[in-house]
Design a binder for this molecule. Structure first.
Ligand SMILES: [Zn+2]
Ligand SMILES: [Zn+2]
Length: 98
């Protein structure tokens, strides 16, 4: 069933970055290398929503700075750091591409 709230807080679409944390959920992202502010789906990088409460056996707070919102990543996987765009797209100047 689709509630009005679901319609007001859609999942991130390709190229978008989350603008708010959905009520009752938390944001996490996969371990694919990404730069600050990178959009959903770019180069395999994805934002996901998890249901609260956060399962800390599975997730940990991420302070990488990709978005200004509190978010999480899979515990023990990935560097927890954003990388320069040049490291993701070698030889390309894609700073204007989300
Ligand atoms: Zn992060
Ligand atoms: Zn990051």
């Amino acid at each position: 069933m689709t509630t009005k709230r679901d319609m007001l807080s859609p999942r991130p679409r390709a190229g978008q970055i989350p603008r708010s944390v959905p009520k009752g959920k938390f944001i996490w992202h996969n371990h694919v290398a990404h730069r600050v502010g990178m959009g959903h789906g770019v180069n395999g990088f994805r934002y996901r929503n998890g249901l609260l409460p956060v399962d800390y056996r599975k997730f940990e707070r991420c302070h990488c700075g990709v978005i200004d919102l509190p978010h999480y990543k899979i515990r023990g996987i990935g560097s927890g750091k954003c990388v320069p765009a040049s490291q993701i797209f070698p030889g390309l100047d894609l700073d204007d591409v989300a």
